[in-house]
Design a protein around this ligand. Sequence first.
Ligand code: G4F
Length: 331
Amino acid sequence: MRAVITGITGQDGSYLTDLLLAKGYEVHGIVRRSSTLQRPRLDQQVHDQSIYGKRLFLHYSDLTDTTSLRRILSRIVPDEFYHLAGQSHVGLSFEIPESTCELTAMGTLRILEILRDLSPSPRFLHASSREIFGTPICSPQNEDTPLNPNSPYGAAKAFANQLVKIYRDSLGLFGCNAICYNHESPRRAENFVTRKISIAAASIKLGLQKELILGNIDSSRDWGCAPEFVEAMWLMLQQPNPKDYILATGKTHSVREFLELAFQHVGLDWKTYYRHDPRFQRPVEPENLRGDASRASIELGWKPKTSLAQLAAMMVDHDLSRLEQSILEKQ
Ligand code: G4F
């Protein structure tokens, strides 16, 4: 089996790469050309000569560069296509709405148009987001909950989500939306709140940081574990018929609770180090975000396993050992 992944260097892309390589796939990642060649989440595979260039390949392209995307895809002729790339930071999407929509919305349309011309066209997975529900009209949300986005990122994802449905229903594409609620891990980017907190807990414990500055800590999220989510994405493409699936834990917790869990894990009281800064506040903050993943449970046999306490401990432990290692290297 041959798979293409956009966003391969990100949290989900790197876990999906691990999963597909373990299943014997040939994996092709689309990467942007940038001034740095650092791809820390893929380091292990890229430096493994038995994998890189044999079962894992990276290709330079960009979601705005239709010609190179088309060329790469017609050469690879993939069986499966996982589209995970895009500007995914909700707060940032208020600062850079045009490029967010260009990548997240139009980028998806460009890929769908290319896939439409491929024969046979690969099975297609779009990493959609619960941001499409914005402030939802009901809770928990399922695959039939009306879209009501309230951020530029949510609007871009809603556009992409709908297009996948249209290409599936009208043009026969095997296309699925994985409607993902928040999912975290030690590979989460540092500008998302859970990772910002896990790094701070570890750094403060080691005497490398003095305080943690955050925005709204009373907002709540349905937080799951990223490696479990990519497993569900793979399962979605193995089904007889293409459908959309909610991926969520069905439980919500506040940022404050995550803070407590992370700091407790290193024996510290978060209140001593926390400082509020309205700069990290969002113009709007969705409420009642809780996903109903019954369809995924019944049809895919998928169930989230990791609790928030386990997730927080896993993330803090990872940051502790990473920071301890870098202290040792400097000595
Ligand atoms: O970690 P966050 O930035 O995640 P958010 O906005 O929920 O979005 C993530 O999950 C979505 C659903 O899967 C994805 F669509 C999206 O791409 C992304 O992966 O923020 C979580 C909460 C928010 O309420 C935010 O206001 O934490 C609050 N928060 C408080 N202080 C902060 C901070 N968020 C960030 N990033 N940084 C802070 O200092």
